[in-house]
Design a protein around this ligand. Structure first.
Ligand code: ADP
Ligand code: MG
Length: 282
């Protein structure tokens, strides 16, 4: 395992997976007036790095992810992926949400090959990729099933396979395992770690679970603030997860990192207490 935040140079093929946010802000104009969802987010994620984003509800985690996905435009600053400013969605960025977003009328294989086909890749490439990623997520036996015939965990695997089939440089995941039961979630986390080891994709993962963040990430981005607190969402601190070897969620050093991050998430006037007070006053 590489040291925290440092990516094995042998695995980094190019710069396409580098993510750079500089002074990023998002202001929504609402009927009640402008709302600063996030302000001044500056962050760099190295190619092949796994970064997790944690923070209280409403602090702007999803907003940052949506801007990186190209679904929303920033109102300040710049977002650059692989050296190119983000102008809209693109196959270089794969997005996985909590709801799987599968086409229910297509089989697993058809869902997976939809992206590569849309990119007009040669038929043979589409077929090989489809088979390979379905194998990667362990669903070869279910390739001809429809999403409705699969469990939640399996559907999330299909969603992951569908994104991986585009061979994105960056995976953007917004609470991808939030709807899964604990056991399935743990197995998906293992799976994601394995896939990451093989593919070396840059991953930005938004999660509610500090344990999940510490288990998966090289660095954990702690966000704070939020419109309901009256402070725009912002990066409070970035914590390097400096754990050697295979990570063990029961190990004392693992728990120490968890506690440190939990303290950061809940610290200050914009923690849950302050947030509730501010919301009451609003
Ligand atoms: P998180 O994902 O951390 O829970 P979000 O990014 O979803 O937070 O939201 C951050 C803030 O921006 C919240 O206060 C939310 O109400 C506000 N917000 C998000 N989307 C919109 C929108 N389309 N219009 C107005 N406000 C929004
Ligand atoms: Mg969110």
């Amino acid at each position: 395992m590489s040291a925290a935040g440092v990516v094995d140079p042998a695995r980094v093929v190019d710069e396409s997976g580098r993510v750079v946010l500089e002074g990023v802000g998002k202001r929504y104009d609402t009927v009640r007036g402008p709302v600063d969802a996030v302000a001044d987010v500056t962050l760099e994620i190295a190619p092949g790095e796994v970064a997790a984003v944690v923070g209280a509800s409403g602090c702007g985690k999803s907003t940052v992810l949506r801007m990186l996905a190209g679904f929303e435009r920033p109102t300040a600053g710049s977002l650059v992926v692989g050296g190119r400013p983000v102008r809209g969605p693109g196959p270089d960025r794969g997005v996985v949400f909590q709801d799987y977003g599968l086409f229910p009328w297509l089989t697993v294989a058809e869902n997976v090959r939809w992206g590569p086909r849309r990119q007009r890749l040669p038929r043979g490439v589409v077929r090989r990729r489809t088979e390979a990623v379905i194998e990667t997520v362990g669903l070869t036996r279910f390739a001809d099933r429809f999403p409705g015939e699969l469990s939640g965990g399996m559907q999330q695997r299909v969603a992951l396979a569908r994104v991986l089939a585009n061979e994105p440089a960056v995976l953007l995941m917004d609470e991808p395992f939030g709807a899964l039961d604990a056991l399935t979630r743990t197995s998906m986390q293992h799976e994601l770690r394995r896939i990451h080891r093989e593919a070396g994709t840059t991953i930005l993962l938004v999660t509610h679970s500090i344990e999940e963040a510490v288990y998966l990430a090289d660095r954990v981005v702690v966000m704070a603030g939020g419109a309901s607190v009256g402070v725009p969402g912002h990066v409070r601190e970035v914590v390097a997860v400096d754990l050697a070897g295979e990570r063990d969620v029961n190990a004392p050093d693992f728990n120490a990192v968890e506690r440190r991050i939990a303290a950061l998430v809940h610290a200050g006037t914009d923690g849950p207490g302050g947030g509730a007070d501010a919301a009451d006053r609003a």
